[in-house]
Each structure stands twice: as structure tokens, then as C-alpha cells.
Write a protein that binds this ligand. Structure first.
Ligand SMILES: Nc1ncnc2c1ncn2[C@@H]1O[C@H](COP(=O)(O)OP(=O)(O)O)[C@@H](O)[C@H]1O
Ligand SMILES: [Mg+2]
Length: 293
């Protein structure tokens, strides 16, 4: 009985710590979420930022939340070995172990909403190189409609509880908007990179995302206007955006090499181009906020 009470107390402390805004203040700013509409360049950027941080001597965890699971390939994971990239949403035994119910099992059954997933990286992180790991979460298709399925409970917990270790940086590549895992994201991401193109529509979505990010207590918001074809695109972008919504704004040119070498971004890293120079500036901004705050 006493054991049970102390176990419950420990559990309550763990949950309380995870929702306290003052938790892990330094670590928060080392958790970076990359968001924006489909096709704007999120995965490309996430992979390059992860690689740049790794080159700068940091440990890096790249987390893939897109059901298409292509972040690994962008980081150079061999496509022939795609079968080895089993996402968390497909690890039914783990879901059962943590949430108490397997996906699709026992509709309406009670399950654990806040499972302890602190072992998730040790068990399922794929070490691409020493100091650079990948975690493939997989997505839950129905999540935006508020699906209360076991997979979703697990993914929410992963997003909420994933901890930066020592000098680690975490980059989360997302499929859908921030709403998707809003409550969980509010639990601990300090920086957001919102990726857009220079169209009115894309920049309006980016502005909405910035407002939402602020509501989710993400303190530092970077805007990237990607695939700019010329100066006109920049001028147009500057006219549309409200700069007060963002801490930093970067314009990245359309670069045929990015397109030609995709999905693997490795050839870009050694290439000194206006595209890479601007990504490096974005990376420098992210690192600055991650150490100063
Ligand atoms: N600056 C750029 N110049 C040229 N092509 C780009 C640029 N940024 C991204 N791309 C290409 O656009 C496509 C979509 O990029 P991706 O990173 O997969 O977008 P998302 O993850 O947002 O869906 C890819 O083929 C990628 O190579
Ligand atoms: Mg993507």
C-alpha cells in the first residue's frame, strides 16, 4: 500500500513537472519544431538544421512526425532499408505496454493518457552516426479530428515528455499544423521554425501559425520564406508579413541543387550557395537562442 502511494506520488510529480512552464528552462529552447504547409521545405530544412547542429558538435535527435516518414532519407538513411524504419505507431507491443491498449483494440476501453515514455529514444531511436539519432513517430491520420486512439495518446506523450539530454538539440519535423499536437507541444518546445513560400496564401497561413505558436507558449518564432525565385519574391514577402510576429525572418532562394539531390541533403552541406548561407544564418539564430535563454 505504501509502495502504491509512493508510486502514485512519483507519477503525480512527473506529470506536474511536465506541465510546469518553468520546467527545464534551458532545455526548452533546444527543442525546435518545424512547421508549415505541405511541400514548402520542412523536411529538407529539418534535415539540414539537424546536420548543421551535429557538425557544430552537438548531439542531435531528429524526430519525424510525418506519416510519409522521409526525414530519415533526407538525413541519408538508405532507401533500400526503408523497411527498418518502423514507426512508433506501428509498434503495437510498445503501445500496449505503455497505454494499456493496442491500436484498434477494445474500442471504448480505458487507457493511460499520460504514459511514461522516457525510454522511447533508447529503445527506438536509430543512431545514424554517433551523436545523431532519428526517431520515427509516424502520424495518426485522424488526429486532427480529436482521435482518442491509443497511438495518439502515445505520440502526444512522446512530444510532451521527450527530453533533451546534456547538450542535445531536438528537431521535430511535422506533417500537419501545430494544432495537431497543440497541448503536447505547449509542454516544451521553445523554438518554432515556420516555413512558407512567398505567396499571399502561404504567408497568411504562416502568420496564423505564428499566432498559434505564441498561444502555445513557444517563445522564439523564426519565419523562413523558402523557394524565392528572385528579388520580387522577397519584396512581395516583406510587404505581406507582419514582422512583429517573428523573432527572425530569412529568405531562402529556390536552388536547383536542392531539387536535384533530394531527398538526401548531404550534398548540400559542402556546397557554398546563397541557399546554404541563409540556412546557416538561420541555424546560427537557433543556436544563439538555444544557449542564451
Ligand atoms: N529552396 C529550395 N529550392 C529548390 N527546391 C526546394 C527548396 N526547398 C525545398 N525544395 C524541394 O521541395 C520539395 C518539398 O520539400 P520538402 O522538404 O519535402 O517539403 P515538406 O516537408 O514541407 O513537405 C522537395 O523536392 C525539396 O527538394
Ligand atoms: Mg515533409
Amino acid at each position: 500500500m505504501i509502495d502504491e502511494i509512493s508510486r502514485r506520488k512519483r507519477e503525480m510529480r512527473r506529470v506536474a513537472a511536465s506541465i510546469s512552464p518553468s520546467r527545464d528552462r534551458g532545455g526548452r529552447y533546444r527543442k525546435v519544431i518545424v512547421t508549415g504547409k505541405g511541400g514548402v521545405g520542412k523536411t529538407t530544412l529539418t534535415a539540414i538544421l539537424a546536420r548543421l547542429s551535429h557538425q557544430a558538435g552537438r548531439s542531435v535527435l531528429a524526430v519525424d512526425e510525418d506519416p510519409q516518414q522521409n526525414l530519415g532519407f533526407s538525413l541519408g538513411f538508405p532507401q533500400e532499408e526503408a523497411g527498418n524504419l518502423l514507426s512508433l505507431t506501428k509498434r503495437f507491443e510498445y503501445i500496449k505496454e505503455k497505454v494499456g491498449v493496442s491500436p484498434g483494440e477494445g474500442y471504448g476501453q480505458a487507457y493511460i493518457l499520460n504514459p511514461d515514455v522516457s525510454d522511447v529514444v533508447d529503445r527506438f531511436g536509430i543512431e545514424l552516426e554517433p551523436g545523431l539519432s532519428l526517431l520515427v513517430m509516424g502520424g495518426v491520420e485522424q488526429a486532427s479530428s480529436g482521435c482518442l486512439c491509443p497511438e495518439n495518446a502515445l505520440l502526444e506523450s512522446v512530444i510532451r515528455y521527450i527530453r533533451v539530454r546534456d547538450d542535445e538539440m531536438i528537431f521535430l519535423d511535422t506533417q500537419a499544423g501545430l494544432e495537431h499536437f497543440g497541448r503536447a507541444i505547449a509542454g516544451g518546445f521553445g523554438q518554432a521554425v515556420i516555413v512558407a513560400e512567398s505567396s499571399y496564401n502561404s504567408l497568411s497561413v504562416a502568420a496564423d501559425a505564428a499566432r498559434l505558436a505564441k498561444q502555445l507558449q513557444i517563445a522564439v518564432i523564426h519565419l523562413v520564406i523558402n523557394k524565392c525565385r528572385n528579388e520580387n519574391d522577397k519584396v512581395k514577402g516583406k510587404k505581406i508579413i507582419d514582422p512583429s510576429l517573428f523573432n527572425t525572418i530569412r529568405f531562402l532562394p529556390f536552388d536547383p541543387l536542392v531539387w536535384d539531390t533530394e531527398p538526401d541533403i548531404s550534398p548540400l552541406l559542402t556546397n557554398q550557395s546563397p541557399f546554404m548561407e541563409n540556412v546557416q544564418l538561420l541555424h546560427r539564430d537557433i543556436m544563439k537562442f538555444s544557449t542564451e535563454l
